[in-house]
Write a protein that binds this ligand. Sequence first.
Ligand SMILES: *Cc1c(COP(=O)(O)O)cnc(C)c1O
Length: 367
Amino acid sequence: MAVTEDLEFSLEPSTSPVADSERDRLLENPGFGSLFTDHMAMIRYTEGDGWHDARIAKREPIMMDPASSVLHYAQEIFEGMKAYRLADGATALFRPEENAKRFQASARRMAMPELPQKLFLESVEKLVEIDRQWFPSVDGGSLYLRPFMFASEVFLGVRPAKEYLYMVIASPAGGYFKSGASAITIWVSDDYSRAAPGGTGAAKCGGNYAASLIAQAEAIGKDCDQVVFLDAAEHKWVEELGGMNLFFVMDDGTLVTPPLGGTILPGITRESIMTLAREEGLTVVEQPYAMDQWKADAASGKLLETFACGTAAVVTAVGTVRSDDGEFTIGGGGPGQLTEKLRRRLVDIQCGNAPDDHGWVKRLFEA
Ligand SMILES: *Cc1c(COP(=O)(O)O)cnc(C)c1O
């Protein structure tokens, strides 16, 4: 078998890209997740041949057999990352190797083949390069990148598939970075769990999201922005939101976040925030935090701030926590000082406005 790490990507530029004027108009107000660029990346895997047929081609619908395994048993994983325009006009990714590693970890959990990190990185970089005209003109805009992989084998038997399709698509995203963003209200799900011990909570798989949607819908019904999940075993410990990790800022200078342990997604933003917080002199502790404690600490004033973080929304303050038992407010109910400071620190590094001491920013090409 060929050394799959050394696959060459074939380049087939679209012969019908969106016209410049139309693209410029669309990029003035990109929103999130509904506008896409001209191209996509694609690599196939089959059990006998390994990874092959790497391509950058026109973005278009894909043909699928109705018996494709993913449609029945949900063997699917994904990543979420952003390409940024730096202050000097260069284009960069933030810690993309971490996404490549996590994609492999998710694949292992879902009994899927691991895509070599080099191919993951190349697929993303080549797509950003060919679609470099698609950066939003709005302040703080970025190109959201969605690598994903699914079981494409045509087979209804229940076992890990023998064929997979890996793809990357790109979506221009508006500015989450505008300051003065207000705090969100979150709903505590009493009826539903996101992840159980031994389950898939640490893998970035579509199935976790499918399981969380009913709770997210309930949250919206209660006039909340997001749902927060408690642990499945005791329904006592705060875990995370549907797609963001949580942090608690205490009045003694500690920053608490729930420990990874199989039921929480190991966020790259989470890890970056822990590093930056330590540099700010905070004591960062990964320890279980009980729902009752959260409420008590908010009431006593021991808890100053709570924030959620992830690639899409970066850092978002949690102002109010609502449940069937009533609700409580954290701090003044708006974005707290440390939340704002850590968000600023992270965004400044991502956008090249602050020194990148950790080598987190990967420059792809210059202006
Ligand atoms: C992707 C994701 C996060 C955030 O991860 P980042 O690497 O920071 O974007 C948090 N929780 C869940 C459930 C996720 O799927």
